[in-house]
Design a protein around this ligand. Structure first.
Ligand SMILES: N[C@@H](CCC(=O)N[C@@H](CS)C(=O)NCC(=O)O)C(=O)O
Length: 124
């Protein structure tokens, strides 16, 4: 079952990347001052992700749709990010959003929860 799911993801990953390129998310537009505030708030967020993970693609599309310049950290190719995700977040699963606010850090797993969090915090 584990290998079957892995195979499904290996096929789905590149397909979803292609689909994402062909039909990119359309960013919302904000007044420059409002976008400036969003840009600043987004500095406290980091997305730990894999390039071809379908769940990560949905979060990256949400980021793009909401015009959020959130740094992405590849936890597959970069050992440093992978280890940080595991040791500080508690699990190697992606996507995971690292949220830093007023010096407090929390780690949000599950694409649906991340997309809802971004929607609630940043949708106009
Ligand atoms: N239900 C999760 C699924 C996340 C998931 O399965 N991620 C895979 C990559 S596509 C993963 O992290 N695999 C690595 C691991 O489990 O260690 C979500 O929606 O975020």
């Amino acid at each position: 079952m584990k290998y079957f799911m892995r195979a499904i993801r290996a096929v789905l990953g590149p397909l979803i990347l292609l689909w994402d390129k062909a039909f990119p998310a359309k960013p919302i537009t904000r007044e420059p001052a409002a976008q400036g505030e969003v840009d600043e708030a987004a500095q406290g967020l980091k997305l730990y992700q894999f390039l071809a993970c379908p769940f990560c693609v949905t979060v990256r599309r949400q980021m793009k749709r909401l015009a959020l310049p959130i740094e992405t950290r590849d936890a597959k190719r970069c050992e440093e990010w992978r280890e940080e995700l595991l040791s500080e977040g508690g699990s190697p699963k992606v996507p995971c959003l690292r949220i830093e606010e007023a010096g407090n850090v929390s780690w949000l797993y599950q694409s649906k929860a991340i997309n809802e969090y971004l929607e609630q915090r940043f949708a106009a």
